[in-house]
Design a protein around this ligand. Structure first.
Ligand SMILES: [Cu+2]
Length: 402
């Protein structure tokens, strides 16, 4: 099932074309590239479930219409029969749509849930010494009922600390994983699920210098095996947000605040036509929102005047910015680059003039940017050279990071 959905998402990506994947361009159909785990699922759902169903229904109705036109027009069929009601047909045309709606609804519930709920995953990294087989994951979630209680909620990776960086995924935004995912039951066994400490016991001790990365949490995103049997289990535990960015809409632009880094904020306005290229006019802004790649970002939105909507198609995000209220959502961008979106709520005469631009950069670049923003706000630097390295490891930036 997962393979099928991934294949259908690839079909969509081909339709979209790869010329400029980070924003919609004229003459292309399909969706922009999915660069977040949720977006990949949304695209898989669209191309693998919705599109085949609506295409099938459209062709069926078209076929019926043609059949009626050809077979039952007044020339071919001058004296129509006069019966009405047919129990079998009525049961079918009530029952089949119910089944179709169920086929759409059931897979969408999990997706809606993972879009809505902020991930809570935690990560522990240990360096193997070549002899130890037992590793411990602290199951200390804030609420006891959110503890890791099932082995699927614990993912164990082996990453070589000195491995050469992986080539960046240029074609698609594949899951940014911190190494090779091991299989529970085969490569290791787990004890202590639901208790404050979970013990992961390897059948053979990982080689000295290898990093054992353990991720636990209920924020499983991606498709599980169908009925627990078919397909590849492609779920991943998404880590809790490391950064919150507040986006405030106003007529006509956005204000971005970074409360975790001294609450500096800046305004992001559209660039006039003479300050950018014709291509990027209506997309480009003077100040981009900046986030690090591979980390979970919480986005909160609000507004100063009317309802706006912060939308970023590559991450499959569209969330209203409502005056006097805070909405929240999340994304995890898996590929560096600049992504473009637009306000997606009709908010007034210059609705079309408040685009959104997000730069996804490496952790060191992000920290340098934060220091610069803090300097402009009269604050001292938050990150030094030494801290950059530490933070990258602690935050679980991808091992293959660029
Ligand atoms: Cu708006």
């Amino acid at each position: 099932m997962k393979k099928y959905l991934a294949a259908m998402a690839a079909v969509g990506a081909t339709l979209a074309g790869d010329a400029v994947a980070q924003r919609p361009v004229d003459g292309h159909i399909g969706m922009v590239e999915a660069c977040a785990p949720i977006a990949a699922e949304v695209h898989g759902f669209h191309y693998g479930v919705l599109l085949p169903i609506i295409s099938g229904i459209s062709f069926l109705v078209l076929g019926l219409l043609l059949w009626v036109i050809v077979r039952y027009n007044s020339k071919v069929n001058p004296t129509p029969r006069k019966f009405s009601h047919n129990t079998m047909v009525e049961v079918l045309w009530t029952g089949i749509p119910i089944l179709i709606l169920l086929a759409i609804a059931l897979p969408s519930f999990e997706l809606l849930y993972s879009e809505d709920v902020i991930p809570d995953g935690k990560q522990t990294v240990a360096t193997a010494d070549g002899a130890t087989t037992d590793f411990v994951f602290q199951n200390n979630f804030q609420e006891e009922r959110r503890r890791v209680t099932r082995s699927e909620q614990l993912h164990v990776f082996l990453a070589s600390a000195n491995a050469a960086p992986q080539a960046p995924a240029s074609e698609s935004c594949a899951h940014n994983r911190p190494g090779k995912l091991l299989r529970a039951g085969t490569d290791y066994t787990v004890t202590g699920l639901g208790k404050p400490e979970i013990h992961v016991k390897f059948s053979t001790p990982p080689a000295a210098g290898e990093e054992v990365v353990m991720r636990g949490g209920r924020s499983l995103v991606g498709k599980g095996k169908l009925f627990g049997i078919f397909g590849k289990d492609d779920r991943e535990v998404v880590l809790a947000p490391t950064i919150t960015v507040k986006a405030t809409g106003f007529q006509w632009g956005w204000i971005y605040s970074y409360p975790d880094f001294g609450d500096f904020e800046f305004t992001s306005n559209i660039l006039p036509a003479d300050k950018t290229t014709p291509d990027l006019y209506h997309w480009e802004v003077d100040n981009h929102m900046v986030v690090p790649v591979g980390e979970t970002i919480r986005v909160t939105t609000t507004s100063r005047d009317v309802i706006h909507s912060w939308a970023m198609p590559n991450f499959a995000i569209k969330i209203d910015a409502v005056p006097g209220r805070i909405n929240e959502t999340w994304f995890k961008a898996e590929k560096e680059g600049t992504y473009y979106g637009q306000c997606s709520e009709l908010c007034g005469e210059k609705h079309a003039f408040m685009p959104i631009a997000v730069d996804v950069v490496s952790r060191p670049e992000f920290e340098a940017w934060v220091n610069k923003q803090r300097a402009m706000a009269g604050l001292s630097p938050m990150f030094g050279a030494k801290k950059v390295k530490l933070a990258a490891g602690v935050q679980g930036a991808p091992a293959g990071g660029k």
